[in-house]
Design a protein around this ligand. Sequence first.
Ligand SMILES: O=C1CCCN[C@@H]1CCCn1cnc2ccccc2c1=O
Length: 508
Amino acid sequence: IIGITVSKADHFAQWYQEVVLKAEMIEYYNEIAGFYILRPPAMYVWNVIRKWFQERIEHMGVEETSFPMFLSSKSLEKEKDHVEGFAPELAWVTKAGDKDLEIPVAVRPTSEAVMYPYYAKWIRSHRDLPFRLNQWNSVVRWEAKQTTPFLRAREFLWQEGHTAHVSEETAGKEVLEILELYAGVYEQLLAVPVVRGRKTENEKFAGGYYTTTVEGYIPTNGRGIQGATSHCLGQNFSKMFDITVEDPNQKGQHMHVWQNSWGLSTRVIGVMVMIHGDDKGLVLPPRISKVQAILIPVGLTAKMTAEEKTAHIAKCDELLAEIKKAGVRADIDVREGYTPAWKFNDWELKGVPLRLEFGPKDAAKDVISYARRDTGEKGTVPLAELATAVPALLETVQKAMYDKADKAFREHRLVIQDWSKVVPALDSKNVVLIPHCLDMKCEDRIKDLTKSDEQVEGPDGQKAPSMGMKSLCIPFEQPAEKITEGTKCLSPECERNAQTWVMFGRSY
Ligand SMILES: O=C1CCCN[C@@H]1CCCn1cnc2ccccc2c1=O
């Protein structure tokens, strides 16, 4: 069989690899570990996302730029304190041809150090603010951990926005505007619900002031996954790179600008595959699917004469044209030598949201038959209603996919006020909301206290003890149960008062 050979529930890691390969989204770059080729079905999704996001940040006044992909150790020096944690991931170029480079250069893992020396040069007056640039590029991080397509690669495509502002308030407003766009990419395009929140001190970008995030949930293993981050950098980088303007409130004084940086990567595609895929393969939300509806002529039996067949196919072409005219990205599969059943499997593997079948029986009743990829539900549409019914069906599929994922996330986001319930909740594929003191060491201990010897499959497909839970975010939308003066941090070893509800979970 050409299909997926393992079940999603039993062999999630292998299932995922088979799906992205057999749906022709990915090819492994066998020359070097950790690199992947993005094939047209994947690039189509990325380009829909890119158009949607680009149009909206342009509307906000963000301009596009393109900086060099290499950075010098000198400029890396400026942000050395927080880079040290990332240093092992830096890829270096040390030679050109057979000559050693005087000064090795690093491949950008992110572009703060590349861009900010020029921000210092270009930003002179508060009239230059807000200063906003975004670039679409790829970055390299030489991961030591197990890599996997889309979710953790040594090179990935993303966008990185870098902005400068006159105040904490205007910077903070933009951080949240961008975060809401990230949530929109997930919820409106990928049919994936996300929780919006702020990262704890442990999990935030160490070089920044605070990090906001959209967090996803993978029902198959109950893990949380970071979807995208929008950071306020405060004045940390403007002090490192000396980016100042004269202070509009204090003549003759200079002030360091307030900065943000925000990024969304092709990881979003992996999240979408993991949440929506099934044992037949990919299941694509219609809004990001290159082919939204595939028309397959059926019933072309040997009994039919050549003329009848030709006439039937011509009728199919007419129907296809009408569906396309209604704005649907539709195609027809008239490949010779393949049975309808074979074709059904092939398009299901590729995740096409809607299959349309048209045979002599349908023609006799002036209907077209359909099958939804998400639920398998079958039905018919009167030919007279084709132009309205097919687009409506696709919107129904998009909403149903979102609602199903949203229900799963809501049902597996448990508010817990009794520590003994935490590990059982994690072992039942939940993420948890617990009252927490926000102390960094307390958070570290919680990770140790929640490791369980329950053997589960890791990202590499091997069985491993369940990892402990990490904080995912401090949700902006807090549970109804109030944290009062007397509420203690839930950790059994902590005496502190709880500050807020924090979402914790085993995670990617
Ligand atoms: O997330 C984003 C969004 C886009 C712009 N950059 C920020 C922060 C990146 C944090 N980061 C992440 N990996 C790194 C790896 C090596 C060196 C430095 C870094 C590093 O600074």
